[in-house]
Ligand binder design. Structure first.
Ligand code: GTP
Ligand code: ZN
Length: 350
């Protein structure tokens, strides 16, 4: 195998990517996006690192649909020009995509990371984990098509990490949960074991959860600036404004995303159902198929709450996320009346 081929494999190349690139062979190079900034992207490919600006086709597509904007993790076709310019000409179809609500809420959303195999939801144990945030990130993960896992950091700072893990398990049915201390090294190898076979792991979570610290530990070198370093160099805590893709040669790929202050979702009902499999299972047993789980007779959801099998707060958060999903669906349909009706229903249900 050539060095160039090895580099592509290290970047997570699959035969599927190879097939998608077929039409571009010859005039283009295959490369994966490591970071996106204004007007261009840092990429890595068989020939190494390269910076490209967005080509006309890409810019036209983005004008129509924000989701067409190249994102970290995307596989792309890149073109070299005689005047030394390099342009990103096409984004190959995404196998999975983590999509969040765009900051301005004017469009469908923005891709946080693409072609991810495992979404690592990173949440700190100190301060206390935010169960609602973990649920939202799980919805984000289920909606991406990738497999979620929860990593609880800073286990060295709390007296009962196992008890806290059990609490988190209540809001993460069917999802593996790892306890990690980047200071003591606990759990780091277990997480590292998931980076194999050219798989791509993306770390998502709030600022300060320890994503960059973990990335550095797993990479074995400091590839990310972390909170402590940033504080020392006086640039403040929220300086991770760019996303980065890190290759662990012979193992896989890590994507460190910037801390999400608020997780705006563009979730659909299916993603909510994935993250709330326990609640949906109860709902499936209600007497009426269109049960609203409010006052209906034979409501298995209300029964579960009464019996202590389902936490009332979790039920409330499920309702809220379902309303959000319904509103998103209405927005996306472009049907003004559906949006107004959904907003109206929202007001009454408050
Ligand atoms: N005690 C303890 N501190 C940790 C642990 N992991 C990270 N920290 C500290 O927590 C702070 C934040 O860590 P970062 O890795 O910068 O957090 P981040 O999630 O990357 O934050 P953003 O880049 O803002 O999204 C730093 O001061 C770390 O040293 C841990 O397991 N235990
Ligand atoms: Zn019901």
């Amino acid at each position: 195998m050539s060095a160039a081929q090895q580099r592509l494999l290290d970047l997570g190349w699959t035969p599927e990517v190879g097939r998608a690139f077929q039409p571009y062979r010859g005039a283009h190079r295959l490369a994966r996006v490591c970071r996106v900034d204004r007007g261009g992207a840092a990429l890595a490919g068989g020939m190494g690192a390269v910076r490209a600006s967005f080509g006309g086709e890409v810019l036209r597509a983005v004008a129509d649909d924000r989701l067409a904007l190249p994102a970290v993790g995307d596989w792309t076709a890149v073109r070299d020009w005689p005047d030394d310019r390099v342009t990103l000409e096409a984004v190959l179809p995404r196998r999975t995509a983590i999509v969040r609500d765009s900051a301005d809420r004017t469009s469908a959303g923005q891709v946080v990371a693409a072609n991810v195999d495992v979404v690592v939801i990173v949440e700190h144990l100190d301060p206390d984990p935010d169960l609602g945030r973990i649920e939202r990130l799980l919805v984000l993960a289920w909606g991406s098509g990738a497999q979620p896992i929860v990593v609880l950091t800073k286990s060295d700072l709390v007296p009962d990490p196992l008890g806290m893990r059990d609490e988190v398990a209540e809001v993460a049915p069917g999802v593996e949960i790892l306890l990690v201390s980047s200071v003591l090294g606990d759990g780091v190898d277990e997480l590292g074991a998931l980076v194999r076979n050219g798989r791509t792991l993306a770390l998502v979570g709030p600022s300060g959860a320890g994503k960059s610290t973990l990335t550095n530990l797993l990479a074995g070198v400091d590839v990310m600036p972390t909170g402590s370093v940033r504080a020392r160099d006086g640039r403040g805590r929220h300086t991770t404004t760019h996303r980065e893709l890190v290759v662990l040669p012979g193992r896989g790929v890590l994507i460190d995303t910037p801390g999400l202050r608020a997780v705006g979702l563009v979730a659909d009902g299916g993603a909510v159902a994935g993250a709330f499999a326990d609640v949906e299972a109860f709902a499936g047993q209600c007497r009426f198929r269109d049960c609203g789980h409010v006052t209906e007779p034979g409501c298995a959801v209300l029964l579960a709450v009464a019996d202590g099998d389902l936490d009332e707060d979790r039920l409330a958060r499920w309702r809220k996320l379902r309303r959000e999903a319904a509103l998103n669906a209405a927005r996306r349909s472009g049907n003004r009346r559906a949006v107004v009706a959904e907003l109206e229903a929202r007001r009454h249900r408050r």
